[in-house]
Design a protein around this ligand. Structure first.
Ligand code: CA
Length: 220
């Protein structure tokens, strides 16, 4: 059916990756080092990394936020695309995972662009709001614990400037959002946020089948 989205099998995925701007050597090394880890499904795909890096360049992003850093692949892709004086505030709670992230950020020469905040992201975002950073960020990427997605979304929206973009990852949740038989906490949280953003007058939004589903919402 011509009106539906193509089903991306491994062959097509490989073709896509061969025809987008290739990842840096450091990004490739980090992705390969993360792959054997049990939690590696949490890493964004190389295509998504390429897309975010394109978006950051396209928007001339200077101030970026990330909620959920894991081993640092998405932050690396964003930081590489930032100008020399650009800054990414990266939020995570895992010392273990982010120590790996730091190592590769150093290797990639972008460590000075990344301000890693190791504490619950809500605390970091609230602190930024208290510091008067409301409406000062160009881009925010949300990819952390799903039950808190709405809290992250609300705070990121306040921190974004008008025209800024919030990107929300895993909005298709491997298809579970569209399957009524799944009603666990994470699925319910994502489903609720998807419906909320769809009707949210504060943003213009689109939901794309990149990776596990990516929502892009522009602050009006
Ligand atoms: Ca994700």
């Amino acid at each position: 059916m011509s009106s539906s989205t193509i089903v991306v099998n491994d062959q097509i995925d490989g073709y896509l990756l061969n025809h987008v701007r290739s990842e840096s050597e450091t990004a490739e090394a980090l992705r390969k080092a993360t792959a054997p880890m049990p939690a590696s499904v949490m890493q964004v795909s190389p295509l998504q990394g390429a897309f975010m890096s394109w978006l950051v360049r396209f928007m001339n992003v200077k101030n970026a936020l990330e909620v959920g850093t894991f081993t640092g692949y998405s932050a690396l892709c964003v930081a590489e695309a930032l100008p020399a004086d650009g800054k990414l505030v990266a939020c995570d709670v895992s010392e273990e995972w982010t120590s790996m992230a730091r190592e590769y950020w150093e290797r990639g020469g972008v460590a000075q662009k990344i301000d890693l905040q190791l504490r619950p992201a809500v605390e970091t975002l609230d602190a930024l709001l208290q510091e008067g950073r409301e409406r000062s960020f160009d881009f925010a990427f949300i990819d952390a614990d799903k039950p808190n997605y709405d809290r992250y979304y609300e705070r990121c929206l306040r921190l974004l400037r008008v025209g800024g973009v919030v990107a929300v990852d895993n909005v298709l949740w491997t298809g579970r959002v569209a399957d009524d038989s799944y009603n666990d906490e994470s699925t319910l949280a994502i489903r609720a946020l998807n419906t909320k953003i769809q009707h949210d007058e504060r943003v213009n939004n689109v939901m794309l089948p990149i990776g596990d589903g990516l929502t892009l919402a522009t602050k009006r």
